[in-house]
Design a protein around this ligand. Structure first.
Ligand code: 6PG
Length: 245
């Protein structure tokens, strides 16, 4: 079955972030009403920061039952958890430190370990929230970004498309970011109920057009590997990023 894909284009990055905040609120309320908890995989990078700050603001913060939210990460950079390049740290500063999420509900990657050990450890964390027969949870919401090279999470061009484990250790050079990483794999992403991509800026426009409208080349364009079995994919894109669609 082809995944359900929706593309929303916004005049500004600010509008895009507001819509992402609304989706987050809606998704959390539905999940908590139906299943008693909200399992979300956060992303790193610069793009989600405004979303995180918006969610931490008084208007949105009070619309979410943080006691029932469980935060995970789609990928992590293996640097200490107080390093500015650490995805957990970035989310903490912008969001988690400002809301009443119980510490036990924050499931960070043990990023001070070697990537291979951190990946194995994170697979165990996922297993604690597994939806049998899977060894990992069906996330209610996964937030993802996309790099100028078409990577998403830490699934980079040229990395294996067929994987059998829920997490992988990765070495990847992208911009000046930490290279040693852990990523969830498409096995996990594609079990999610809802996946929201946030993409902003003209430098991503060509790649975005190839990912969404070009031929299927999942080796070179890892964002194309995201095709949930039953869930939906929503792309929130600003006009600059959408200019070649
Ligand atoms: C990371 C990411 C990565 C990111 C893209 C886009 O940890 O680096 O999760 O996949 O989403 O590189 O990054 P920007 O939002 O900064 O463009």
């Amino acid at each position: 079955m082809e995944p359900e894909i929706e593309i929303n284009i916004f005049k500004s990055f600010h509008d895009l972030s507001l819509m992402a905040a609304r989706l987050f609120v809606e998704s959390s309320s539905q999940a908590i009403a139906k299943r008693g908890r909200f399992l979300v995989a956060l992303s790193g990078g610069n793009t989600p920061t405004l979303l995180y700050q918006t969610l931490a603001g008084i208007h949105y913060r009070n619309q979410i039952n943080w006691a029932k939210v469980h935060a995970f990460w789609g990928d992590e950079r293996c640097v200490p958890p107080d390093d500015p390049g650490n995805c957990y740290y970035q989310a903490r500063l912008a969001l988690l430190d400002h809301v009443d999420i119980p510490t036990d509900n924050i499931h960070r990657v043990q990023s001070d370990l070697e990537p291979a050990s951190a990946a194995i450890d994170y697979a165990h964390t996922l297993k604690d929230f597994a939806t049998p027969p899977l060894d990992w949870p069906c996330f209610d919401l996964v937030l993802l970004g996309m790099g100028e090279d078409g990577h998403t999470a830490s699934l980079f061009p040229g990395s294996p498309v067929e994987v059998t484990s829920p997490t992988v250790a990765v070495t990847a050079n992208y911009q000046d970011r930490p290279a040693r990483r852990v990523s969830l794999t498409p096995l996990v992403f594609n079990s999610a109920r809802q996946i929201v991509f946030l993409v902003s800026g003209g430098s991503k426009s060509e790649t975005l057009a190839s990912v969404l409208n070009g031929e299927y080349h999942p080796e070179q364009l890892p964002a194309q590997r995201i095709r949930p079995t039953d869930g939906e994919v929503i792309w929130l894109v600003d006009e600059a990023a959408a200019s070649k669609l």
